[in-house]
Design a protein around this ligand. Sequence first.
Ligand code: ADP
Ligand code: ADP
Length: 229
Amino acid sequence: MSILEAINLGKSYGKKEMKVDALKDINIEINKGEFVAIIGPSGSGKSTMLHLLGGLERPSSGTIKINNIDIGKLSDRKLAEYRRKEVGFVFQQFNLLPILNVKENIELPLLLGNEVIDENYINDIIGILGLTDRKNHLPSQLSGGQQQRVAIGRALANRPSIVLADEPTGNLDSKTTDEVMNLLKESSKKYNQTLILITHDVNIARRADRIINIVDGQVQKNTNKLQNL
Ligand code: ADP
Ligand code: ADP
């Protein structure tokens, strides 16, 4: 079943001679629970795509449907609600708050959204991410891989149906990258989340159910063979 659909989707920045067509006429359909890797050269439109899918930015043309709802037509308030309820974001920078411990960092989105904290669920995430014995530590007391696991925990706190990750392992060494990817895949399977991940790393892309290659703002065909990498 498709959870996410982009129809003739386009995004431009700037006006007149400054105009950049970051995405042009994108048509994709992503199923519930699917793990999709987005690859492509720098500046090809990958981050723009993730921002549109996550409702951080609005399309210039075309439609994005999430669970059959056209999110481009939502009011600012409803769009913010969509982001808060349905989407979890993971970025290359961990963006943890240094004065909060691991558990508090993970719970932060729920506190900010004034939502009830389900202790069992939060502890479950902390367990899956292998952070149980680090629960009360501060970010400065953790390794890079552990910090990124906390950032993943924070992205999962709101029980999102879609997890969007922009180069989540970009700051990690290859062994830690493997660990973090395993955990991300494991948790998305366990909670039946759709995982959409931008990466430059061929080995990460190969682990996805499907690869979408974006070049110059457009989807290239037949990239499952990875012949361009
Ligand atoms: P990628 O993630 O593949 O590196 P981006 O989506 O960041 O690519 O960028 C695609 C194109 O859109 C680039 O030419 C970039 O300079 C441009 N772009 C992205 N965001 C903005 C913005 N906020 N304002 C103007 N141009 C932007
Ligand atoms: P990436 O790591 O994907 O290459 P970038 O450095 O291209 O990320 O972009 C980082 C942020 O800056 C993104 O949120 C993007 O929207 C924004 N951005 C990218 N290019 C431009 C631009 N030319 N003008 C303004 N903002 C931009």
